[in-house]
Ligand binder design. Structure first.
Ligand SMILES: [Zn+2]
Length: 441
């Protein structure tokens, strides 16, 4: 009799402890979120509230600094002596040269660290095998454990396009695209991540929603997403899209630059892979922004612009949908991924027809006119926009008369009379693609 009672008490005690832990975990997560939100909305609180107004924190007197010029690279810090760039930028260049060849990272004390984390600690980067050490060492992108050397491994997406062990310049990278030599910048991240973590573990138990969120579930989901953005993305680029330059990829987002045509193909493949990675769960989706740029445009400028494109993908509710997100924005248009794929397929078809002489650049510009007219009707409700139909019919008839059209092209053009056809709704995207892809350098 005593033993079952003891077992019952122990079991019951365990349940109480587990429930309390879960309760504490949820309470602390919620408290942390509130604190983070508060901190985010008070950017200058340290200087304006805690220390009150101190002019030297905001105004720098150049005459009293003893230094002459601003760094030519960041234009934020001052340079010492005859140098052209500041110490910070020098360090960034050094780190940047090691990262593509990174083999190990070592947690070490700050004196020999490339990147300082806390006042006493930092990370040392190794291109070669480090000497024996008692420090914590990670293998990079290699899951084997070498007992004498490393204790753990880590995936990092550090791909940069190389030629003969040298990083390819943006000028050369642009030339690797088809048609016009431009670059594309791609920014993407997982939609509704906060809600996925706070509500995603809810379980329907006999009609009642039970929150099953706990530390292990949260960290597992977080780690799995990180594995996709570090390990999987790195593998995809290594095998299929080796001209893509990873600025960063990890956690739940990525920022990649590459030849414009390759970035478009990569983005489509990346979304398909992500969908399959999350088991086609319709609640876990990804949104992206893609911006085209000349090879000489400063990265920071396009980076800001593409951030705006990503926000557009998240915020815009496309006609016929109830919610935003799960979108891609490119060429000033936001659309669902499957419509984007369709538009790019159409763009590739148009490019092929131009190369085969079945279409001319003049035909492409006509498509642009039809697109502008139709969009005026589709978005603004202006019935004048429907004029695209007689124009299109006239154009098809004219081509037929001069025997310059073939069935495949006519069929595609005739499909544009259907106003629910995604090829018509995103005609501008297909047309922009074809213009860029069929243009000489
Ligand atoms: Zn600098």
């Amino acid at each position: 009799m005593v033993l079952p009672l003891v077992i019952f008490c122990l079991k019951y005690q365990r349940i109480i402890i587990q429930k309390n832990r879960l309760f504490l975990y949820k309470t602390y997560v919620s408290k942390l979120r509130t604190k983070l939100d508060k901190k985010k909305s008070m950017s200058f609180s340290n200087s304006l509230i805690e220390d009150y107004w101190k002019e030297e924190k905001f105004v720098f007197n150049l005459n009293h600094s003893g230094k002459k010029e601003l760094c030519k690279s960041c234009k934020v810090d001052f340079i010492d002596g005859n140098k052209e760039i500041c110490l910070k930028c020098e360090n960034h260049i050094n780190i940047g040269s090691i990262l593509p060849k990174l083999k190990y990272i070592e947690i070490t004390d700050s004196s020999e660290a490339h990147i300082k984390i806390l006042s006493n600690y930092g990370v040392k980067l190794h291109k070669d095998v480090p000497g024996e050490s008692e420090n914590f060492i990670y293998n990079i992108n290699d899951s084997k454990i070498y007992p004498k050397l490393s204790n753990k491994f880590k995936f990092i997406a550090n791909n940069v396009p190389m030629d003969n062990h040298k990083t390819i310049s943006f000028d050369e990278l642009g030339k690797k695209s088809i048609g016009t030599d431009k670059l594309a910048y791609l920014k993407a991240d997982v939609d509704n991540l906060g809600s996925i973590f706070s509500l995603g573990f809810n379980k329907d138990v006999e009609g009642k929603m039970i929150n099953k969120n706990n530390i292990s579930r949260t960290t597992t989901l977080s780690r799995m997403l990180d594995i996709f953005f570090t390990g999987r993305i790195s593998e995809i680029i290594k095998k299929k899209y080796e001209n893509c330059y990873v600025v960063y990829s990890g956690g739940d987002d990525l920022f990649i630059i590459g030849p414009w045509s390759e970035i478009i193909d990569f983005s489509i493949y990346m979304e398909e892979e992500f969908r399959s990675f999350v088991g086609n769960n319709a609640n876990i989706t990804i949104s992206a922004g893609i911006s085209m740029a000349n090879v000489s445009t400063p990265v920071s400028k396009v980076a800001d612009y593409v951030e705006g494109e990503l926000e557009e993908s998240k915020g815009r509710i496309v006609k016929g949908e109830e919610y935003g997100k799960n979108h891609v924005t490119i060429f000033n248009r936001t659309m669902k991924w499957q419509d984007f794929k369709k538009a790019i397929d159409d763009g590739k078809k148009l490019t092929k027809w131009i190369k085969e002489g079945l279409m001319t650049h003049g035909d492409l510009w006509r498509l642009k006119e039809y697109d502008e007219l139709f969009q005026d009707f589709y978005i603004n409700g202006n019935v004048q926009g429907l004029k695209y139909k007689p124009f299109l019919a006239y154009h098809i008839g004219k081509k037929k008369k001069s025997n310059k059209d073939v069935r495949e092209v006519v069929n595609w053009q005739e499909s544009l009379f259907d106003m629910a056809n995604p090829s018509l709704i995103n005609l501008g995207v297909a047309m922009e693609y074809a213009v860029m892809a069929s243009k000489g350098r």
